[in-house]
Design a binder for this molecule. Structure first.
Ligand code: NAD
Length: 509
């Protein structure tokens, strides 16, 4: 295994200072230069595809095809989309027409400055390239802290970064907690942190000391509701794939299944069939399932399996030496089970039965807002009910994980699973862009603006009222909780008063 050279702590302030100087040089803001650097980034990946595949194999036991599907092509797509489109994103945007039109109100798209990006171990290339492309396109200088858990990949990145990218503008830092801590002491113009909620709190607290804006992309447990009336064969395949690819170490992997009791058996049969299809020669065959990054992660996951009160119906085998956990399905899992305490982050899928879908919704709402929520159903009313009555970073029907690479969708968490949204295309650019408001007021606008100066008079007040006092529709015209009731009461009152008058007239005659 490659030896990972940590960045010396005393270098970190120098790196920060040189990135600040690089930003001041203006080079990162030159559009042609941004384009050139984006192209370099693409070639860094393309030229070294095999080396990245090898590194992912060493660090995470990933097969070449799995690595290319999960990281390589998604990252290249993201860089290409940014490369093709970012020039138009940098153009100033005119504000909507208003009485201030004469001042040509505009939003300038300016880089935030010197930004820091933390990359977790589970998708070291995709979660590096996607924000990096956005941050370069937005004109920032950038420091990237990659994960110390991946010696081969992180060493390769440290070797290639200076060969392909401008070192005055884009730097890579390697190291563990002391390095991260030192980085967090410094004033950055934005921090993007992807990782666990536990460390996310440390990052947010450190950022607050400098009032640094921070985006947290965290994890958690992603629930998956299964309606037994759906095509269970397809549902089982998709869920099993989402749960087991990258050995279950995906932030949006389906973490547990909620299914009505009467559908459990059929769903388990479908899972067994998918399992046989995925692993015809067994799960230990090299390349079929990735490994955990270290023995600490293995021990944590093994502990969850040892402590579960559920029944293992598929898998369950482990090998500490190989950091291997077999794809595992567990039924009869209760809400207090070891597997339900934290994000599992391994290829283990607990199944929890519920009385009905309302109970499933309640179960989800009683916990932290998930990063992703999945529902497998063909019933559009049920889908809408789940979408409307829960909260999560993303919500997907009949699919898992693919909300991440879908162009045009921001990706991010909500509440305990994080904040902000980036990943695809313009959202990554926007994350690292300051939307700067500008006005250029001409003198002739004095005609309209002079009433703000003292001495005030009723004539000036009248002019301000005419120009600035908006009119609204009647107060009950948009929302009336009494609705039809009001009309019914009105008609009944009218009817009663007509009858009463007629009766009165009759008695009078
Ligand atoms: P982690 O939080 O352990 O580490 C992430 C980074 O934080 C590393 O660079 C590490 O060096 C640094 N770090 C660790 N301890 C620190 C400390 N005490 N002070 C300062 N820095 C510290 O996360 P991980 O294990 O690499 O990644 C797994 C987690 O990331 C999972 O929870 C997963 O769900 C989440 N994740 C989220 C997303 C997303 O987009 N929301 C994507 C991938 C992973």
């Amino acid at each position: 295994m490659a030896d990972l050279q940590y960045t010396p702590i005393e270098e970190i302030e120098k790196i920060h200072a040189s990135l600040q100087a690089g930003f001041k040089s203006g080079r990162a803001r030159d559009i042609k230069y941004r384009k050139h650097q984006l192209l370099q980034l693409a070639y860094l990946l393309k030229d070294n595809k095999d080396r990245f595949n090898q590194a992912a194999g060493l660090d995470l036991g990933r097969s070449y095809p799995e690595n290319e599907i999960l990281e390589h092509y998604v990252s290249l797509e993201q860089i290409k989309y940014t490369f093709d489109n970012f020039e138009k994103w940098t153009k100033p945007e005119s504000a909507e027409f208003s009485i201030y039109f004469g001042a040509r109100p505009q939003i300038r798209k300016e880089p935030k400055g010197v930004v820091l990006i933390f990359v977790p171990f589970n998708y070291p290339i995709m979660l590096l390239m996607s924000p990096l492309a956005g941050a370069i396109a937005a004109g920032n200088t950038i420091c990237v802290k990659v994960s110390e858990l991946l010696p081969a990949t992180s060493s390769l990145l440290a070797e290639l970064f200076p060969k392909y990218l401008d070192q005055d503008l884009y730097r890579i830092v390697n190291g563990d907690i002391p390095v991260s801590t030192k980085l967090l002491e410094l004033p950055w113009d934005h921090i993007l942190y992807t990782g666990s909620g536990r460390v996310g709190k440390i990052v947010a607290a450190a950022a607050a000391k400098h009032l640094t804006p921070v985006t947290l992309e965290l994890g958690g447990k992603c629930p998956t509701i299964v309606d037994p009336r759906v095509n269970l064969k397809v549902a089982a395949k998709r869920i099993l794939w989402g749960r087991t690819s990258n050995a279950g170490q995906t932030c949006v992997a389906p973490d547990y299944v909620l299914i009505p009791k009467n559908g459990e058996e059929a769903f388990i049969n479908a899972l067994k069939e998918a399992y046989r299809e995925f692993y015809p020669n067994g799960t230990t065959e090299p390349g079929n399932i990735a490994r955990l990054p270290n023995h600490g992660s293995f021990d944590r996951v093994k502990g969850l399996l040892d402590d579960t009160k559920g029944t293992i119906i598929l898998g369950g085998e482990t090998d500490r030496e190989a950091k291997y956990i077999a794809p595992t399905i567990v039924k009869n899992v209760g809400p207090e089970d070891s597997l339900m305490k934290d994000e599992i982050f391994a290829p283990i899928l607990p199944i929890i039965t519920v009385g009905d879908f309302d109970e499933a919704i309640e179960f989800i709402n009683a916990r932290d807002h998930p990063l992703a929520l999945y529902i497998f159903t063909d019933d559009s009313k049920l889908k809408e009910k789940v979408f409307s009555n829960t909260r999560s970073g993303s919500c997907v029907c009949n699919e898992v994980v693919l909300q991440i690479p879908t162009p045009g969708l921001p990706f991010g968490g909500f509440g305990a699973s994080g904040n902000g949204g980036y990943h695809t295309g313009k959202y990554s650019f926007d994350l690292f862009t300051h939307q700067r408001s500008t006005l250029t007021m001409p003198n002739w606008m004095e005609v309209a603006l002079a009433s703000r100066y003292p001495p005030f008079s009723s004539r000036k007040s009248k002019l301000v009222e005419t120009l600035s006092s908006p009119s609204f529709p009647p107060r009950d015209s948009v929302y009336n909780p009494r609705g039809w009731g009001k009309w019914v009461v009105g008609f009944l009152t009218l009817g009663a008063s007509i009858l009463w008058t007629q009766r009165k007239n009759l008695t009078a005659h």
